[in-house]
Design a protein around this ligand. Structure first.
Ligand code: ZN
Length: 166
């Protein structure tokens, strides 16, 4: 079965019992979670987030800089007032740097592709907890984030447990 077929099949089962079509657009609990796109994290299940209650923003490494647009939209247009930045153990972003990523692109895709990512900051990091703190500080330093509560967390993919860093 292809991925597409599995998606349609899974969705048919989901929609057959779906009853929450009348939820409001703004998240009812007024908070946003920013976490990594890592396939081992299931935010709704891991943090018990009911449908319609929070924004879940995901990118590689749970980068506040990469999610800045989403966070501003979440707060200014949709009324969230709290952000939880949740990075995680074993994150792929701990395993390479800009030079490595550019080299890989060049080797697998060629010169033109390498040029396309030449100025791209892959926003990798070497210190997990340090980067959680730095992202929280960076976000708090933004004028547009005034009045927004920001906390930083680490989720352990090995245990399923989350712990607060800052
Ligand atoms: Zn990750």
């Amino acid at each position: 079965m292809s991925i597409e077929q599995r998606l349609v099949e899974g969705n048919n089962a989901y929609a057959a019992t779906f009853t929450q079509g009348d939820l409001a657009l703004p998240p009812s609990q007024k908070y946003a979670i920013l976490t990594c796109m890592d396939a081992r994290i299931d935010p709704a299940a891991a943090f018990s987030i009911p449908l319609g209650s929070a924004h879940i923003i995901r990118n590689a490494g749970a980068s506040a800089r990469a999610a800045f647009r989403d966070l501003v939209i979440s707060q200014q247009l949709l009324g969230t007032t709290q952000v939880l930045i949740i990075k995680h153990t074993g994150c792929g972003m701990l395993t390479f740097d800009n030079a490595t990523a550019r080299k890989l692109v060049k080797e697998s895709k060629g010169e033109k592709a390498a040029e396309e990512v030449e100025d791209l900051d892959f926003l990798t990091f070497g210190d997990l907890e340090g980067k959680v703190k730095e992202d929280v500080e960076w976000l708090k330093s933004k004028a547009v984030e005034k009045g927004v509560s920001v906390s930083g967390w680490v989720y352990e993919v090995e245990t399923g447990k989350v712990r607060r860093v800052v």
